[in-house]
Design a binder for this molecule. Structure first.
Ligand code: SAH
Length: 221
């Protein structure tokens, strides 16, 4: 990677990120911690070079293999909810994809464990985390339907691919007083739901309509 790409010039500069943070604020993101992190993280490195100039538009973009990097507003919203009551220490993400959501979380919490089922995306994000010097990230090539039992329990679990229903294994791997957030409903449009685990029971809230790629089983590649 050349220096220009690393530092970000023109459409990928710090000023462009500043504008994105401004737009997210206007759109209703209130948490300054989240806006600050999104000001820092070079989203253009998480998309293909050909799309780098669009990296700070508030839109989802293709990352290959039929997958997308989530829209910045959705990343901000989900992160804001996840840290609202307290900052979770350890977070499990299902659906590493580009690694952008995981990188945002890693800047806020102690440790992020993230699972991806497509080998090429797993490898690309792994190289990027290393290049960015993100040290509190654990990655696994695997099927998120199973979660990550040996690393459980997690204080928060976030799904960035949509299942028809949340796999029971994930509820089991959530620590008491933890939150699980997932877009539910498979393909197309889903409802973003949040479950809070209290004394072994789960209360559920619906946040808003969202659109994620569907969650699929097995490993690819
Ligand atoms: N958080 C990502 C969003 C990527 S899209 C980002 O910020 O870029 C969702 C990702 O979930 C895709 O990469 C897809 O391959 C992955 N995925 C779908 N089903 C999965 C499963 N069962 N286990 C792990 N990853 C899964």
């Amino acid at each position: 990677m050349d220096d220009h790409r690393r530092q970000g010039i023109g459409m990928t500069s710090r000023r462009t990120r500043e504008r994105l943070a401004g737009r997210l604020g206007d759109a209703g993101i209130r948490d300054a911690r989240v806006l600050n992190v999104m000001r820092q993280i070079p989203r253009h490195l998480f998309v293909d070079e050909a799309l780098a100039s669009r990296a700070y538009e508030d839109t989802a973009l293709p990352i290959g293999h039929g997958q997308t990097i989530s829209q910045p507003f959705v990343v901000a919203r989900m992160t804001e909810i996840l840290i609202r009551d307290r900052i979770p220490s350890r977070v499990l993400e299902v659906g590493t994809g580009s690694g952008y959501q995981a990188a945002v979380l890693a800047a806020l919490v102690d440790e992020v464990c993230t699972i991806e089922r497509i080998r090429a995306l797993y490898e690309r994000s792994r190289a990027l985390f290393r290049q960015l010097g993100i040290g509190n990230m654990r990655q696994r090539l695997g099927d998120g339907f199973e979660g990550w039992p040996s690393a459980a329990p997690f204080d928060a679990i976030i799904l960035t691919a949509a299942p028809e229903t949340v796999p029971p294994a994930l509820f089991e791997q959530l620590a008491d007083d933890g939150q699980l957030m997932a877009p539910v409903g498979g393909g197309g449009t889903q409802e973003l739901r949040v479950w809070h685990r209290r004394a072994g029971a789960f209360d559920e809230q619906t946040v808003e309509a969202v659109s994620f790629v569907p969650m699929r089983g097995g490993i690819e590649g």
